[in-house]
Design a protein around this ligand. Structure first.
Ligand code: DGY
Length: 319
């Protein structure tokens, strides 16, 4: 019997490919660049399953051509690249990769918080540029992390993991979330507050909410104006949650002190983007979950979801 076809839109861990090859003919897009849209549309026509990255838009146009498609397994926890209702309407399973990336992403969020608060990138550039001519008491002086107040917007699995790290740094933890998180509160002492209270009181604000119609441009002029001039803003969610012009205004006018950004409205962010010209911005190329081990686990989980659906079983991590 002919095996089903699976399209994998980027080179991923060999264990994941091997798992898929047991049950399917596997077509892997091996180039470094994301698969061009036209090629994706063509290849989707033949696919029973797609192991997709966040760079692929799975929308009406694609689904209309992908008549055989049974599952889209996104290799990310976020899934704003997928038209979920359109998939559901066609009975196509959609899965993501929760849990396996929680700790790595929380590590990155905390690393970015520390790098921004303690000016690590700026200090490194200063030294490498040969500008370090003398030690001085104010040289690259940043903000205390230990004992500071941390505000977490979006207290999902990753938010809770960030809170656990913050507890080790003696931080007071506030959070803003639709639902209360009693276990996180008991474990870390986190307190649920309104968005305004969180922004007014926090020294560090970490944005971790998924991008939905509700959270699009969640952080705008008003929200940044509630923050303290000494505070640091960190975004590890999606670029679409932040009004970048408002953030630029907040940073350049001294309304907030600094920002650490792992995500942007347009990715890759153009190098001439105004935010990148500011000395108080630490910018990263969307590497929240980027450890070798975590990316392998994400690929294996996505592959396992496809294998399960093609075998007529339910997906493991359905959306
Ligand atoms: C996710 O999983 O949504 C991350 O942004 C990708 O690493």
């Amino acid at each position: 019997m002919k095996k089903p076809n699976v399209l994998v839109t980027r080179q991923v861990a060999s264990e994941a490919i091997a798992l898929l090859q047991e049950v399917a003919e596997v077509d892997v897009w091996t180039q470094d660049e994301p698969i061009p849209r036209q090629r994706l549309l063509e290849k989707a026509e033949n696919a029973d399953g797609i192991l997709a990255m966040l760079t692929e838009r799975i929308d009406e146009e694609l689904l209309a051509r992908a008549k055989r498609l049974q599952i889209v397994a996104n290799m990310a926890v976020g899934y704003d690249n997928i038209d979920l209702p359109a998939c559901k309407a066609r009975g196509i399973h959609v899965t993501n990769t929760p849990d396996v990336l929680t700790e790595a992403t929380a590590d990155l969020a905390f690393a970015l918080l520390m790098a921004t608060g303690r000016r690590l990138i700026e200090a490194n550039r200063f030294l490498m540029n040969g500008e370090w001519t003398a030690w001085s008491p104010s040289l690259m002086a940043g903000k205390n992390v230990y004992g500071a107040t941390l505000g977490i917007i979006g207290m999902g699995r990753i938010g809770e993991a960030v809170a656990r790290r913050a507890k080790g740094f003696g931080m007071k933890i506030l959070y803003h979330n639709r639902s209360q998180k009693p276990q996180a509160e008991a474990e870390t002492g986190a307190v649920r507050v309104s968005l305004e209270a969180l922004l007014r009181e926090s020294d560090f604000v970490v944005l971790l909410t998924p991008l939905t119609e509700e959270t699009r441009l969640l952080m705008g002029d008003q929200q940044f104006s509630w923050m303290k001039p000494t505070s640091v803003f960190i975004n590890v969610s999606r670029g679409g949650t932040v009004d970048e012009a408002a953030l630029h205004w907040a940073l350049s006018s001294g309304k907030i002190w600094a920002a650490g950004l792992d995500v942007f409205q347009q990715e890759p962010v153009p190098v001439d983007h105004p935010l990148l010209a500011l000395p108080n911005v630490v910018a990263l190329p969307h590497i929240g979950s980027a450890t070798e081990q975590t990316r392998a686990e994400m690929a294996k989980l996505a592959a396992a979801n496809i294998a399960a659906v093609l075998a007529g079983k339910g997906p493991l991590t359905a959306l």
